[in-house]
Each structure stands twice: as structure tokens, then as C-alpha cells.
Design a protein around this ligand. Structure first.
Ligand code: DLL
Length: 433
């Protein structure tokens, strides 16, 4: 039986939904115009005023907001409410320049938690469930978002946060957790660890998992479902828009319903910015309709995706997005941390190397690995192993402080990395996701 948290919204007719979006968009544009000088200036530069936006068909007239805008306006420049009305920040794992810092009023948090509650109920959750939230808590949105959603559904919530795998398994077993929320790679790792401990799916009461924050394949879904004996549901979101729960999977497990009463989704051509027709593949852009403290209009996610407006057997009417199929920038997500190749390059150049390097990302035993191979310059070339090891350590430390994660570094002989005749291939991502 399909369960809904807010059936009157999740299953409303497209006509009613469009009317709701029209009304909310007009209000939101006025809110931003009146309260966010940074965005008002962007609108003025494009020659648009709130009077030009009457329905969602006018959305394309508004300027985009990009990550560069967030950096420019950091930290307080995009706030739509005074500080005294804000109660929380969350922040991304990204480290290019400044982190993204997003603000919330209590109302924003309530609506965000509603979105997460919808996801939990779509995965079959009820107030009789025990929901273990193994996403990180703190600045990352995963833990707080699903924690709040779990409370709203009325589940008994176990806020384990991430890590301490044996304790995770002990709680699942001893407290009879029925729903697990974490990244898909951590779910796979938990499954493996249970196997090593001699446990089978029959030994644990889990029935569903809500997994997201990173790309994962259908093969990985099958694998997790088999090792944990559950149904595995995808969930998507980003800090800039609230966190998890921008969209979520239902029992059909064939795409994630966008919470369209809160977010309008568009697909654009990442090169021209032009809006593409329904069904096209392109960059996903979101307009938040209800956020008060951090109201982003036409935010470019850089996620490449497709939207599907076909009716869904679950009864929900909100559009479904496919699993993100890559990014239109070169950001990598490694062990949940956003990494830009340019950051790695910066560390190498700062230490006297040239831009002859390759970044190899793989997934070994469900954990991402980052291997940076860099050529020594002819001047520094040596076969003294002690000296090479010392140089590698310097780079490992530099990369750790820049990225927040540990990389393996291999120094290789000058001219040993294949030169490209076209664009340099700097990143080799071997993960099958
Ligand atoms: O990852 C929010 C989240 C937490 C989503 C827990 C789901 C579960 P950020 O750290 O800001 O927020 O990273 C956002 O992660 O633009 C996508 O590239 C990627 N991403 C998020 N969910 C998925 C998913 C959280 N289900 C960025 N599949 C986004 C693929 C995802 N990629």
C-alpha cells in the first residue's frame, strides 16, 4: 500500500499544482526583489522587474544564480530575512574558495523536514518504524534533514550519525531498526561488514533504506538490496536548496519525485542557458518557492539530469527526475566531499610541480579512492627513494589540508604521463556509478 505524508499536495492535479506554483512564484519574486539587493541588481541588469513575472511560464526571464554568485555574496549577501529571524545554518562539504553557507528560518526547517517526511513515508515508513539515521550530523544536511523527517513521521529515531560501523550494526539489531538512512556507499559497506560478522539479512529487521548524497548505479541498488534484504530508495537534494528531500523515490523506484510545491525544476542547455523541452537531458535548475532565509531563484545545480512528466503508478503527480547522470562542471564527489581538480592542481603548482598530473578515482570495497600521479620536473628528478617519499608526504599533507580528505600520491618520472593532442585528460574516474 502506497503511503503519503501530505497526500493532498503530493497527489494534487497538475492544474492545481500549477496554480499553486504560479501564486508562490509571484510571492517569492517579490520577496527576493524587496529583500535581497544582490539578486535585485541581477534582475535590474537583465531588465526584469517583479511585474514581468505573472506565471511559471515567465520563469525563463529571471537571471540564474550560480555557485560563483554564492561565493561573491558569501556569507550574508543572499539572505532574504534578517539574522534575528534565522535559526540555523548548514554548509556543504565543498571547499573551493568559500564553503556554501545556507540559512534557515524555523519555517524553512519545518518545510524541509516535511519534504524528508514525504521521502520516509514513500519508502513505507510509519510511526511504528524505527529509523536509524546514519548520515553525518552537523554542518552536513543529511543527518539533520532526515532526523527531522523521521520525527515528523513519528518513527523512533536513532541518530547514530556516520561511522563506528560495529555500533551501527549493533543498534540495527538490538533496537530493531526497520529503516536505514545513509549514503549508498556506507550502506554497501554496512552490508559487507555484516556479512563478515557472519550475519545474513534474516538476522536484521531492516526493510527499507533511503540512500543519497552521491551517485549510485542500479547495480549498486541490487547489491545493497540483496545484502541487506531491503528495498533501497534514492533521495536527492543540495544544501543550497535545503538539503535532502528536494526529490525522493516512491515504490515504483523509477526516478525521484521533485517536491514541486516547494521547488520548480527546469532543464537547461549548460552551454547556452536555454530552457530545453520536456524529456531533454541537460543541467538541472531549481527555483525555491517557499524558502524565506535563503530564497534562490533559478539556481544552477550543475547536475545533468532528465525530467519525466509521465503519470506514476504511485499516484503522486509531481515530476520525476532521473538519477543525476554527471555534472556540467568538473566537480568530483569523493567519499562525500566535493573536490575540484583545480584545487589539486593548485597544491601541485604551489609545491613546484608543473601541470602534468592525472587524478585517478576509483571505488574499492565501496570506498572511494583518490590517487594523484604527478611528474617530477627534470630539476627535481631523483631515484633517491627517501627524497621521493619525503616529497610525496609534503603533497599528501598539502592535499589533505586543501581537500579535507587523504589522497595517495605517486611521483613519476618526467614525461611519463601521456600528453593529449586535444584536451588534457586529467581525471580518470573508474567508479562504475
Ligand atoms: O548531498 C544533500 C543530501 C543529503 C542528499 C543526504 C541526499 C541525502 P550537498 O552536500 O550540498 O547536499 O551535495 C549536493 O550532491 O548537487 C549532487 O551532485 C549530489 N547528490 C545529492 N543527492 C544525490 C543523489 C547533499 N541521490 C550534490 N544521486 C548534488 C546523485 C546526488 N547525486
Amino acid at each position: 500500500m502506497e503511503r503519503y505524508y501530505q497526500p493532498e499536495i503530493e497527489c494534487m492535479s497538475r492544474e492545481e499544482l500549477t496554480a499553486l506554483q504560479n501564486e508562490r512564484l509571484v510571492n517569492q519574486v517579490n520577496h527576493v526583489w524587496n529583500n535581497v539587493p544582490y539578486y535585485r541588481k541581477k534582475m535590474e541588469e537583465k531588465g526584469v522587474t517583479p511585474d514581468d513575472i505573472k506565471t511559471i511560464a515567465d520563469l525563463h526571464k529571471l537571471p540564474f544564480i550560480t555557485k560563483a554568485d554564492l561565493r561573491d555574496a558569501y556569507p550574508y549577501g543572499l539572505m532574504g530575512k534578517p539574522l534575528k529571524d534565522c535559526v540555523r545554518i548548514q554548509s556543504t562539504s565543498g571547499t573551493t574558495g568559500k564553503r556554501v553557507v545556507a540559512f534557515y528560518t524555523q519555517h524553512d526547517i519545518d518545510l524541509w523536514e516535511d519534504c524528508c517526511a514525504r521521502a520516509i513515508m514513500a519508502a513505507g515508513g510509519t510511526d511504528e518504524d524505527v529509523c536509524q539515521v546514519s548520515y553525518g550530523y552537523g554542518l552536513f544536511t543529511g543527518g539533520p534533514g532526515l532526523n527531522g523527517g523521521s520525527h515528523k513521521v513519528g518513527c523512533l529515531t536513532i541518530p547514530t550519525s556516520s561511522g563506528n560501523t560495529e555500533r551501527q550494526i549493533m543498534f540495527i539489531k538490538d533496537l530493531s531498526a526497520t529503516i536505514l538512512c545513509c549514503t549508498p556507499s556506507y550502506a554497501a559497506y554496512l552490508g559487507e561488514s555484516m556479512k563478515e560478522m557472519g550475519m545474513t539479512p534474516a538476522d536484521i529487521p531492516l526493510k527499507a533504506g533511503i540512500f543519497g548524497a552521491e551517485a549510485w548505479s542500479e547495480e549498486m541498488r541490487q547489491d545493497i538490496q540483496n545484502t541487506l534484504g531491503i528495498k533501497a530508495y534514492d533521495i536527492y537534494g543540495l544544501t543550497e536548496l535545503s538539503g535532502p528531500g528536494v526529490s525522493f523515490e516512491c515504490s515504483a523506484q523509477s526516478g525521484m519525485h521533485v517536491n514541486e510545491d516547494h521547488f520548480i525544476a527546469e532543464i537547461i542547455d549548460p552551454n547556452t542557458g536555454e530552457v530545453l523541452p520536456a524529456g531533454s537531458k541537460g543541467e538541472l535548475v531549481f527555483t525555491s518557492l517557499t524558502k524565506e532565509a535563503f530564497p534562490l531563484l533559478r539556481y544552477r545545480t550543475r547536475d545533468i539530469c532528465m525530467l519525466n512528466y509521465e503519470p506514476c503508478p504511485c499516484g503522486r503527480t509531481h515530476v520525476k527526475m532521473c538519477k543525476p547522470m554527471g555534472r556540467s562542471d568538473d566537480m568530483l564527489i569523493i567519499r562525500g566531499v566535493n573536490v575540484f581538480p583545480s584545487q589539486i592542481e593548485a597544491v601541485l603548482l604551489k609545491n613546484g610541480y608543473q601541470a602534468n598530473y592525472q587524478i585517478i578515482v576509483d571505488r574499492v570495497k565501496n570506498t572511494d579512492t583518490l590517487d594523484v600521479q604527478v611528474e617530477m620536473t627534470p630539476e627535481m628528478f631523483t631515484d633517491n627513494m627517501g627524497e621521493i617519499a619525503r616529497r610525496q608526504r609534503v603533497l599528501i599533507d598539502g592535499l589533505r589540508s586543501m581537500l579535507g580528505i587523504t589522497a595517495k600520491v605517486s611521483l613519476v618520472a618526467p614525461k611519463s604521463i601521456v600528453r593529449s593532442e586535444g584536451k588534457a585528460v586529467r581525471v580518470i574516474d573508474k567508479r562504475k556509478i
